[in-house]
Write a protein that binds this ligand. Structure first.
Ligand code: TXA
Ligand code: MG
Length: 365
């Protein structure tokens, strides 16, 4: 019997970490066996690391909620290795099939009508099911070799940034799960785009690097943006995606997004930095490579280039974790325009900042 306090402070597992670059086949075989036995395995995907369980077994799925410390009304994405497997678990409409054929395997999750085959704990009681075929050889090999659909949220403790390296998973999950597969750094670095096809309108529930404009061009139909992508959930509304109501991606530090262009943005960032610094607080700027040289002696970490939004997305979570590790009190993040892939970056950065944004004053340069 697994006791209730299985996931308390005690180190209940001696968590093993297998480097897939050294031993791909043995790592996948061991992980697949654990999944079939109803145990949990953390594995790499192209977006972020997932914490996987056999989606057909309630006992395994309930262990995911416990290991993450996640509220059980927040449903999970089920990972499959083909369109056929998706069609067994959910109703694949014409639009869904078009998207699967155009993108999968991809960082694109589709919310469809549930056929009720996976454990009801996966969906938290919803009549819909979120499905994704990940674009990562290890994730696909694990699904195929285990012969199971794999329910997997991001492999972080609830409220921490999603893990983009195996070492992040070890920080959060050591002692709580038996195995972590190390597939190196996640290429995308932010979670998948989530689109609902289960209602009358096609709705973007979570932005990612597959952008709504691209989905619209495949379907020839408009995609509606959920209300809470760039602002807190409106009071009293039922969330379309339960994950939206929880504070997410939050580091310990106080995070502020600085919005503006060029010189004004830099000026405001330096002002905020210097004010906090004078109060004796530890500050870190998450900057673009273009702006970093202007910050001179100030503590600054480069996310990537403003001309390459995916590079900013790839490093955001790892740098939020680094800020925590280094005991920062204040983190200042340079904002980007919330359009195309910038929408995904801003959606996550705003949540990390608890929607705390400081606009730069263009007149004050
Ligand atoms: O990139 C990703 O999607 C990663 C990797 C591991 O695949 N997974 C991930 O899972 O981000 P998670 O659990 O951290 O986020 C899943 C999101 C949550 O916001 C959840 O509320 C939403 O998808 N979701 C899941 N099932 C849903 C459903 N049936 N209807 C609406 N939203 C759903
Ligand atoms: Mg998550």
């Amino acid at each position: 019997m697994k006791s209730e306090d299985k996931h308390d402070e005690d180190m209940l597992y001696k968590t093993e970490c297998i480097d897939l670059a050294q031993d791909f086949d043995a790592g996948i075989a061991q992980a697949a066996e654990l999944i079939r036995k109803g145990e949990l395995v953390a594995f790499p995907t192209e977006t972020v690391y997932g914490l996987g369980a056999d989606a057909l077994r309630s006992e395994a799925v309930s262990m995911v909620y416990a290991a993450k410390g996640r509220p059980s009304d927040n449903p999970m994405i089920v990972h499959v290795a083909s369109i056929e497997e998706a069609a067994e678990l959910a109703v694949v409409t014409q639009d869904a099939e078009k998207l699967m054929e155009a993108y999968w395997p991809a960082p694109l999750t589709l919310v469809l009508k549930n056929r009720g085959k996976v454990s009801p704990l996966v969906t938290g009681g919803l009549s819909t099911l979120a499905l994704r075929m990940p674009d990562h050889p290890a994730a696909l090999a694990l699904i195929r070799e285990s012969g199971r659909p794999i329910a997997a949220p991001s492999a972080n403790r609830s409220g921490r940034p999603s893990p983009t390296k195996a070492s992040h998973v070890m920080e959060d999950m050591r002692g709580r799960i038996p195995l972590v597969l190390d597939g190196g750094d996640s290429i995308v670095g932010l979670e998948s785009t989530v689109i609902s096809l289960a209602g009358e309108n096609i709705v973007l529930l979570r932005p990612g690097i597959v952008v709504p404009e691209s989905i619209e061009s495949v379907l020839g139909k408009p995609v509606t943006l959920a209300q809470s992508l760039l602002e807190p959930m409106a009071e009293g509304t039922a969330p379309l995606s339960p994950g939206m109501k929880y504070r997410h991606y939050a580091p310990q530090a106080e995070v502020t997004l600085v919005e503006g262009t060029e010189a004004a943005l830099r000026q405001k960032t330096m002002e905020l930095y210097d004010a906090a610094d004078q109060e004796g607080r530890c500050v870190m700027i998450l900057a673009s490579s273009e702006n970093a040289p202007f910050y001179e002696r100030r503590n600054c970490a480069i996310m990537g280039s403003r001309d390459d939004i995916p590079s900013l997305c790839r490093h955001l979570y790892a740098l939020l974790r680094k800020a925590d590790e280094e005991g920062m009190d204040v983190v200042l993040i340079e904002a980007v325009p919330a359009e195309a892939m910038g929408l995904a970056f801003m959606n996550r950065a705003l949540r990390a900042a608890g929607f705390h944004v400081t606009p730069a004053d263009p007149a004050n340069v």
